[in-house]
Design a protein around this ligand. Structure first.
Ligand code: NAP
Length: 231
C-alpha cells in the first residue's frame, strides 16, 4: 500500500502517517521544515524496516515544490493507493482588511491549491489501475463561516465534490473529512482544556475506517466534532 500524506511532520498528518505506517503502508510524506520531516522519516524507517519511506522537504503552497515532491515519488513508485491532502494553515485575517491580502492568498495556496496540484500530479499513478482513494482534510469550517479560513475550506469541500463526480466511474474514491477542533500545534497557546478538543489519532482512525470499506462504497463526507461541540 503506497500512501502520500502532505504536511505530515505534526498534528493530524503525523497521526495519519503513524497509523498508516503501523498498518504496513509505504509512505511519501512532506513538510516545509527539512529537520522535522527528515527526523520523522528516519524514525519511521528505523521502526518499520521492511517498508519504504520518502520524506521530503516541500512547500505545498508552491507549485514548483509540489512538482518536485511528485517527481521524487514517481522515481520510486509506479502506483499510489491513497493520497491524503492534509497540509493546511489557519492564518487570522479579515476579508475586508486590505492589509491581510497576502495572508489570505497564502491560506488559499496552502489549503486549496496545494490539494489541486498534488492531486493532478498523483492521478496518473491511480487512473491506469482504476483504483485509488483521495482524502481531502477539510474542516468544520467547510460548512460553517469561521473566518476567512472558511473560504479556503469551503472551496476544499467543493473541490472534493467535483473531483468525486469526475472520478466515480474510474474506480477512484474521494472522501472529504471535516474535523472540528483537534488538539495539534495549531492550537498552541489556547487556554482551553484538553477535553474540549478531539485527538489527532481519532481523525486518523476515521480515515482508516473510510478506506477499509469495500470499493463498492465511498464515504463522501465525514463530520467529526468534539463531544462538547465547536469551539
Ligand atoms: N487542528 C484542528 O483543529 C483542525 C480542524 C479542522 C481541520 N484541520 C485541518 O487539518 C490539517 C492539519 O492541521 P493540523 O492542526 O494538524 O496542523 P499542524 O499541527 O499545524 O501541522 C501542520 C503540518 O503541515 C505542515 N505544513 C504546513 N504548511 C505547509 C506547507 N505549506 N507545505 C508543506 N507542509 C506544510 C507542517 O509542517 P511545516 O510547518 O514544517 O511545514 C505540519 O507538519 C489542515 O489542513 C487543517 O486546516 C485542523
Amino acid at each position: 500500500m503506497n500512501v502520500i500524506i502532505s504536511g505530515a511532520s505534526k498534528g493530524i498528518g503525523r497521526a495519519l502517517a503513524e497509523l498508516f505506517a503501523s498498518k504496513g503502508a509505504n509512505l511519501a510524506i512532506c513538510a516545509r521544515s527539512v529537520e522535522d520531516i527528515g527526523a520523522f522519516g528516519n524514525e519511521l524507517a528505523e521502526k518499520y524496516k521492511n517498508q519504504h519511506f520518502i520524506a521530503v522537504a516541500a512547500d505545498m503552497s508552491k507549485k514548483d515544490s509540489i512538482a518536485n515532491f511528485a517527481a521524487e515519488i514517481r522515481q520510486h513508485w509506479s502506483h499510489v493507493d491513497i493520497l491524503i491532502n492534509n497540509a493546511g494553515v489557519f492564518i487570522p485575517c479579515l476579508l475586508a482588511d486590505p492589509n491581510t491580502v497576502e495572508a489570505f492568498e497564502q491560506m488559499m495556496d496552502t489549503n486549496l491549491y496545494s490539494a489541486y496540484y498534488l492531486t493532478l500530479e498523483t492521478l496518473p499513478l491511480m487512473l491506469p489501475h482504476n483504483s485509488g482513494h483521495v482524502f481531502n482534510i477539510c474542516s468544520i469550517a467547510s460548512i460553517m463561516p469561521y473566518g476567512a479560513y472558511a473560504v479556503s475550506k469551503h472551496a476544499m469541500l467543493g473541490f472534493s465534490k467535483a473531483l468525486r463526480e469526475e472520478m466515480k466511474d474510474k474506480g477512484i474514491r474521494v472522501t472529504a473529512i471535516l474535523p472540528g477542533a483537534t488538539r495539534t500545534a495549531s492550537w498552541d497557546g489556547s487556554p482551553l482544556p484538553e477535553e474540549r478538543f478531539m485527538k489527532a489519532e481519532d481523525i486518523a482512525e476515521a480515515v482508516w475506517a473510510c478506506y477499509n470499506l469495500s470499493s463498492n462504497t465511498v464515504v463522501e463526507e465525514m463530520i467529526l466534532r468534539p463531544q462538547l461541540g465547536d469551539i
